[in-house]
Design a protein around this ligand. Structure first.
Ligand SMILES: Nc1ncnc2c1ncn2[C@@H]1O[C@H](COP(=O)(O)OP(=O)(O)O)[C@@H](O)[C@H]1O
Ligand SMILES: [Mg+2]
Length: 572
């Protein structure tokens, strides 16, 4: 079964619904217990003060004290349940959201953003925090109003009018702020993402003095968001001040009209006090809703983005495990149109490779070479045709399973924060020998030993800085780790020196001798001397495919001959 990730979100929410069902029950009991204090007041005024009975006072006080203890316990438990529900939601959704982010980055062709995880934190913060409680308490307002009606209908009508005005304030607040807040939220996200990109490109920014321009752009995006946010806060502030005035006014009206009714002997003083307190309690959540509206809108926007992120993605985490392939590759009339584009980047590309074949792909920058190899390793799904590994469609093959049989050196190599060993072992567990063996096969063993702590050197964020060439060699070791049946190298010699190039040539020769199918893209001729088949890509179409000598004969281009040619700079 291929599970869709969108399901994970719905499923988690459905399971959370049970937790929130529990919170709703807690809230019901808490709201009822809240009546204890006003009822106590009423009894004290009407019974104790009129009869002078100390016994009654003691009994009532004991009763209300016990009720308050239960109230305290329930209130604390409700908070604990919410916090845990939030943390649980985070754990449950963390990996589908991360996977959704990776899938979105694949679709967009790079530029991973951690926005999904930020959104998840926002949702967790809201659902697991006190901001969500007014939503559970507000539905009890009618019950409190009903009780006020029981005390005296006139007070009930005043309360109802007040409640309607407060409710109107909440609606008005939503109308006045929702659009602004959603836009402000979007602007904040854009400016955070811009900051992310800036930090990734720190080098270029510093070298070319781009910081002032960058700061200006970033400030403009952030500034628009701030303006919108300020406007929303202003509107919200006026409305919540109005709501406060209404609530205080309501209290005055309750006491004023109440006193008048008491004087007319229509009700007791205790009833008057109790009705005022009950109404205040009952309407408080409506007012809190207005103050916490911004958090609610923020959480809802974040949730929507999460849905979009995890929807329409692919999840190939599970499926029937297939046996280890021998490395037979078949590309059948493959075409690729990037999402949102009309022109295909690749059209009608076909080729076949047998185990032990080495294929060299050449062609100008932008011809679609990288796109073709991304389709080969299954990180992109073709929009037409099929890519098969040992007869099985690579896009139908579960990722972790297929990944074991495929080695890939991307054109832009980013290593993970961790040790060299972690990076070679693809962040998993591995025997020392297997890691060293992979490094040896990639010709990276000596280079790694020369690092400060050899295989245990920390690289990536916060680690030892390493050169582009060192990075490429470690990434090559990661590609050949675990003896994959198919190894795909996208411009593996772009940053290599003569030694590195020699090591690469030996690695390719060694792999082919072992029956590994190798596909490589190279702009320089050196390593091309080792391939036995070649594919020429031009503007997304395969103009020539076949044995190397034949293809070279049709090419008649000096840079593509077997003799080392002057180095050309690689395409981006
Ligand atoms: N995700 C994408 N969205 C839009 N255009 C893309 C995407 N991926 C690749 N392209 C376009 O496809 C073309 C081929 O890119 P690429 O395969 O990287 O070429 P090469 O590796 O041969 O230099 C380029 O014009 C590039 O802009
Ligand atoms: Mg490329």
């Amino acid at each position: 079964m291929l599970a869709r990730r969108g399901d994970a979100l719905t499923l988690a929410l459905a399971r959370c619904r049970r937790v929130w069902g529990g919170v709703a029950v807690f809230s019901a009991v808490l709201n009822l217990l809240m009546l204890a204090v006003p009822l106590y007041m009423m009894q004290v005024y009407d019974r104790v003060l009129t009869t002078g009975s100390v016994d009654t006072l003691l009994a009532l006080t004991t009763l209300v004290a016990a009720t308050l203890m239960v109230f305290g316990l329930l209130e604390a438990s409700r908070g604990r349940v919410l916090t845990r529900a939030g943390a649980w939601l985070d754990r449950e959704l963390g990996s589908p959201v991360l996977a959704g982010g990776v899938a979105a980055a694949l679709r967009a062709g790079g530029g991973v953003s951690a926005q999904g995880l930020r959104d998840l934190a926002t949702v967790r913060g809201y659902l697991g925090g006190p901001g969500v409680l007014p939503l559970f308490d507000a539905p009890w307002a009618p019950v409190f109003l009903g009780i006020v009606f029981l005390v005296h209908p006139v007070l009930g009508w005043i309360g109802l009018a007040g409640a309607l005005v407060l409710f109107g304030c909440a609606v008005l607040n939503d109308l006045a702020t929702r659009k602004k807040l959603t836009e402000a939220n979007g602007a904040a996200v854009r400016s955070l993402n811009a900051a992310d990109a800036a930090i990734r490109n720190a080098d270029a920014i510093a070298a070319m003095g781009m910081l002032p321009a960058l700061a200006r752009r970033w400030g403009e995006a952030g500034g628009r968001g701030l303006d919108l946010q300020t406007a929303a806060s202003d509107a919200s502030g006026i409305i919540s001040a109005l709501a406060k005035v209404v609530r205080f006014g309501l209290q005055v009206a309750m006491l004023g009209v109440g006193a008048w009714l008491v004087l007319g002997h229509e009700m007791t003083p205790g009833g008057m006090i109790a009705a005022a307190v009950i109404l205040a309690r009952g309407l408080a959540p409506l007012e809190q809703l207005i103050t916490s509206w911004r958090a609610l809108v923020g959480a809802r926007t974040a949730w929507r983005r999460l849905r979009e992120l995890t929807d329409g993605g692919r999840d190939r985490g599970e499926g029937t495990a297939l046996p280890r392939p021998v490395g037979r590759v078949a590309v059948e009339k493959v075409g690729y149109v990037p999402p949102g584009m009309r022109e295909p980047v690749l059209r009608q590309v076909s080729l076949r490779l047998d185990p032990g074949d080495a294929l060299g792909i050449v062609g100008p920058s932008g011809a679609g070479k990288t796109t073709l190899v991304r389709l080969l390793v299954g990180s992109l799904t073709p929009t037409a045709g099929h890519v098969r590994l040992d007869g099985a469609d690579v896009t139908a093959w579960p990722d972790p399973d297929r990944g074991r049989h495929v080695g890939y050196l991307p054109q832009t190599v980013e290593l993970f924060a961790g040790t060299v060993r972690d990076n070679i072992a693809r962040l998993g567990e591995a025997e020392d020998e297997v890691v060293v063996e992979a490094a040896r096969r990639a010709g990276a063993h000596e280079v790694i030993l020369a690092l400060p702590e050899g295989y245990d050197t920390l690289i990536g964020e916060g680690g030892v800085p390493i050169s582009g060439g060192q990075r490429q060699r470690i990434a090559l070791a990661r590609a050949v780790f675990g003896n994959p049946a198919l190894v795909v190298l996208d411009e593996p010699n772009a940053h290599l020196d003569a030694d590195g190039e020699q090591a690469l040539v030996e690695a390719v020769v060694g792999m082919c001798a072992q029956g590994v199918t190798v596909v490589l893209i190279a702009q320089r001729a050196g390593v091309m001397a080792q391939v036995d088949k070649m594919l020429v890509l031009q503007a997304g179409a395969a103009t020539s495919f076949g044995p190397r000598e034949k293809v070279l004969a049709t090419l008649r281009r000096p840079a593509m001959t077997a003799e080392p040619a002057p180095a050309r700079s690689p395409s981006p």
